[in-house]
Design a protein around this ligand. Structure first.
Ligand SMILES: *Cc1c(COP(=O)(O)O)cnc(C)c1O
Length: 385
């Protein structure tokens, strides 16, 4: 089976991990700072905070933004559940903005419309989480303008998108947002096994994030309410968590950062080849807007079902039965039973639902060889014929 995504681990990556295992520090050592600096520098952001998953990163980013009970968080329905769950962790309410029919990202016209109505009814969100689906940035300059106008904190869920660019800025630069979150799960662009990171240019948010990552504890005398009792002294000044990343993971991440550009070049090459060799089939190929360079975490095709004699499910199963490990991103979050119990229902976000009825993610990863890609293309053609 050719999987839809897969990590690439080099001899240098392995050596970096082994070096940590043989060192004095397995966690809270020097590899974390090295990895954080590498990502911050690459993206052009001032601060980076490594944590044990993007889910943790989203949680502490929301807390740093001050999200709490009685507040509202908006995100895209076409995402992994974590982009919405982080709002619920904070006791806030969650709502969604439907997607654009071609980029599958949050639709800024729908956002504009919903914000206008929310401003009238006094129900504006405190936090907005645009999700850069498949590695392509949302229209962040428009979203950033809305956020300024309405006083909203923007957290980019860039779990798919490290190595991508928008209007000449690296994703993660936080030029149009307050914070950006990356995931380092093995299917994402670079991996630490499990892991995530929050980037920001704001010192106040950075200080909050650092505290929340590690139990709400500080060792900085300036933040304490009394003089330190001695050099052992620390104070817990917030309710934080243990969301720390290990040095073992950070060393792998730092080593993977050196390969990031190569990963994204290869993914873009594979995408172009799919674009060329799948043209003419009854499918909608991905659309990348001219201001974007996608990191191509996913290559999602969309079936034109009125031109195909099979159902979506039949095409999906036939691809899998022929050895193509396809997947589906995403089941609209608002249709999950947990969210339906909160009051959402089928029909609430029709673009995301229609996309779900037609989409299939076909294999896309750095180690996908030209030969394997040709096999995928041949099988896709055979199944759709
Ligand atoms: C993978 C993913 C997450 C969660 O990442 P973890 O590191 O697994 O916690 C969140 N949002 C999106 C869009 C993702 O793809």
């Amino acid at each position: 089976m050719i999987p839809y995504g897969r990590q690439s681990i080099s001899a240098d990556d392995i050596k970096a991990v082994v070096d940590v295992l043989e060192s004095d520090w397995l966690t809270q050592g020097p590899a974390i700072e090295r990895f954080e600096s590498a990502v911050a520098e690459y993206c052009g952001a001032r601060y980076a905070v490594a944590v044990n998953s993007a889910t943790s990163a989203l949680h502490i980013a929301c807390l740093a933004a001050g999200l709490k009970q009685g507040d509202m968080l908006w995100t895209s329905p076409n995402t992994f559940v974590a982009s919405a769950n982080c709002g619920l962790y904070c006791g806030a309410d969650v709502d969604f903005v439907d997607i654009h029919p071609r980029t599958y990202n949050m639709d800024v016209e729908a956002l504009d419309d919903k914000l206008g109505k929310a401003a009238v009814s006094g129900k504006l969100p405190k936090v907005l989480i645009p999700v850069h689906f498949s590695g392509q940035s949302c229209d962040m300059s428009a979203i950033g303008d809305f956020a300024k106008q309405y006083g909203i904190t923007v957290i980019e869920d860039a779990s798919h998108a490290i190595g991508g660019r928008y209007k000449g800025h690296k994703i993660g630069s936080c030029v149009f947002s307050d914070m950006t979150v990356f995931s380092f799960h093995p299917v994402k662009i670079i991996t630490t096994g499990e892991g995530g990171m929050v980037l920001t240019n704001r010192r106040d948010l950075y200080e909050q994030l650092i505290k929340l990552r590690s139990h709400g504890i500080t060792r900085d005398p300036a933040m304490m309410d009394c003089k330190p009792h001695g050099s052992w002294y620390y104070q817990q000044i917030e309710l934080g968590f243990n969301y720390r990343m290990t040095d073992i993971q950070a060393a792998l991440g730092d080593s993977q950062m050196k390969r990031l550009d190569e990963f994204v070049v290869r993914r873009n090459f594979l995408a172009q080849r799919y674009d060329q060799l799948l043209a003419g089939l009854p499918i909608q190929l991905p659309t990348v807007m001219p201001e974007n360079r996608s990191a191509f975490h996913l290559y999602a095709i969309r079936l034109k079902l009125d031109e195909i004699s099979k159902t979506h499910q039949q095409v999906f199963e036939e691809l899998r039965n022929n050895g193509v490990g396809v997947n589906l991103h995403y089941i609209p979050v608002h249709t999950q039973p947990y969210y339906r119990r909160l009051g959402f229902k089928q029909g609430d976000f029709p673009q995301a639902e229609r996309y779900y009825d037609e989409a299939i993610s076909i294999p896309m990863y750095y180690g996908l060889t030209d030969e394997k890609q040709e096999i995928v293309i041949d099988i896709v053609k055979k199944v759709l014929r």
